[in-house]
Write a protein that binds this ligand. Sequence first.
Ligand code: PEP
Ligand code: MG
Length: 289
Amino acid sequence: GREVARTYLAQPAATRDGTSIRVQVNIADPSDVETVDIGHCDGVGLMRTEFLFGKVLPDEGTQLAAYRKVLEWAGGKPVTIRTVDAGGDKPVPGFTVEETNPFLGLRGIRLSLARPEIFRVQIRALLRAAVHGNLKVMVPMVAVPGEYAAAAALFSDEAAMLAKAGVPHKMPPLGIMVEVPSVAVAPELFSDAAFFSIGSNDLTQYVLAAARDNGRVAALHDVGHPAVLRLIGNVAAFAREQKIPVSLCGDAGGDPAAIPALLAAGLRDLSAVPAQLAAAKAAIAAVEL
Ligand code: PEP
Ligand code: MG
């Protein structure tokens, strides 16, 4: 039970037969780190930034302070910050638009690219934060390669302007979320990405056409479905072959019931919310690969 899981928390994760597994933490708000010992995880697998986008859109300094706080807390371990994933189940007044089918509409990178004046503020804050730790940045809801290319071009453009202005900054590795089926089916279209992070919450809802936030179809929203696991295995195999780092940052990464299948699909890097870190490590320790 809980006591047994606690003994795993302080140790590096490994399967019963000795394969090391990276276990990172997911955070939704910088104050989450106050409850986590960095020694208990291998970094931040997903820092959501929607929390910053409340009633007023955050300015560059506000964002920089929030990102810097987490980077400094992590003390050199990687911190993967996701650019704003507004829309779908995460509406932001003054930013997202009203749509009849928001999960298939203007959300994530689609919205960021449609509102470059807002996206560029976040990009500048990330470039400036990168000098304070081991930052990685990932883009949510990528469906086609042009979206990744457009985001990368904005990062380069802002970096050039910061350089011209003499502002300290650094270009972080830029990766993508794998949460739209087009990417999971054809990951070879995205071999420019610095890393992949599988968003199993959205990937599952799009593969099974079952909304993640609708209790009536909750039984269909199953990450253990063979179709979802086959896609995860496809991404893991392509990433290994191409030496592209791959992790998983959906809720399944901290779910002891899902972990054996995720490892069997080839994943070796998972990310879990703080409350699930111990249980995830205990579940990994019980797996025989
Ligand atoms: C996911 O979709 O699995 C994910 C990690 O992102 P979010 O839950 O924020 O959409
Ligand atoms: Mg998602």
